[in-house]
Design a protein around this ligand. Structure first.
Ligand code: SF4
Ligand code: MG
Length: 315
């Protein structure tokens, strides 16, 4: 049996009439095992959310493949009840828009229980698991704080008994005080139920608290992956080093470090060779011409010429 989630050389393109095609995900590979917590980090616009949405069948792949439990995910499989996707649940960034404001939260959690065919558990049981009073099942979303709403969204996701839980920036809209709590809650509940968790965030300090493994994404590619403690202690990719050197701002949002010049390039017109080369303090000639392999278990953990054998001749 392979990993629970396997993303291999995934390419996802955004097409807007009259505008250049944007490769939001440009050959990314990623794996999540059952019971494992993987933190997917990177600046906004690097393709993290698009990758997550593709895993949920909300974007089609231009090439590459996505397997959940060994089954290929097909686009819009959620609507078609793709068997690969019945066990995938996503918690979105904005808990205000992801819950129906006109229905009591207990009824919304009950939908998940019904979808999973669970007749034993009640919505109040799920609320209790996410640390909310059982009586809150009778309340409407507007009666909750942002952190509480995100707990409700997690309860609703858990009700469907996911084998893979995906959080797409699930804490970035929350108060600093709620961020670590909600992140830890997702981790604990995923591990407890044997599910895998793909936790997407731009906040490395929180990811460090909960992830077994980190995958660092830059401009559509996973450029480094490894056990959290190892990546933290000895980051291999210059971009990972720059991210780790970033000091979180007081509101908890990550900020770009001073030593990383420039903005993320336009994904519609990515740089040649290594996509990080215009911003890299260690850039070499080969970096401008040839794209390094790496960034996955198969190809080596770090997609950088400093960590890959140099090509014998330029192409
Ligand atoms: Fe920097 Fe070159 Fe490594 Fe890219 S391949 S990160 S430009 S050293
Ligand atoms: Mg996003």
């Amino acid at each position: 049996t392979g990993p629970l989630l396997s993303v291999e050389d995934l390419v996802v393109e955004h097409r807007t009439p009259g505008r250049p095609v944007v490769r939001a995900v440009a050959g990314a590979s990623l794996h999540v095992a059952a019971g494992e917590v993987v933190g997917l980090v990177g600046e906004s616009g690097c393709g993290k959310s698009t990758l997550a949405r593709a895993v949920c069948g909300l974007h089609g792949a231009a090439s590459g493949r996505i397997l959940v439990g060994g089954h290929p995910v097909t686009p819009l499989g959620l609507r078609r009840r793709d068997p690969a996707l019945t066990g995938v649940q996503m918690v979105f960034q904005d808990p205000y828009s992801s819950l129906n404001p006109r229905r009591r939260v207990g009824a919304q959690i009950a939908d998940g229980l019904r979808a999973a065919g669970d007749t034993a558990a009640s919505p109040a049981d799920l609320l209790e698991r996410v640390g909310l009073p059982r009586a809150f099942a009778g309340r409407y979303p507007h009666e909750f704080s942002g952190g509480q709403r995100q707990r409700v969204a997690i309860a609703r996701a858990l009700a469907a008994r996911p084998s893979l839980l995906i959080g797409d920036e699930p804490i970035s809209a929350l108060d600093a005080s709620a961020q670590a709590q909600v992140a830890r809650l997702m981790r604990d509940l995923a591990v407890e139920s044997g599910a895998g968790l793909l936790f997407i965030s731009h906040d490395l300090s929180v990811v460090r608290l909960i992830a077994d493994r980190i995958a660092v994404m830059y401009l559509g590619k996973v450029v480094e992956t490894g056990p959290t403690a190892e990546v933290w202690a000895d980051p291999g990719h210059p971009y990972t080093r720059a991210l780790l050197a970033a000091i979180p701002s007081p509101d908890g949002a990550g900020v770009l470090p001073a030593e990383l010049p420039g903005d993320v390039p336009d994904p519609a017109d990515p740089p040649s060779g290594c996509r990080f080369h215009p911003r890299c303090p260690l850039v070499m000639d080969v970096c401008r011409e040839r794209e390094p392999l790496g960034g996955s278990a198969q190809s080596g953990p770090v997609a950088c010429w400093l960590h890959q054998p140099e090509p014998s001749s330029p192409s």
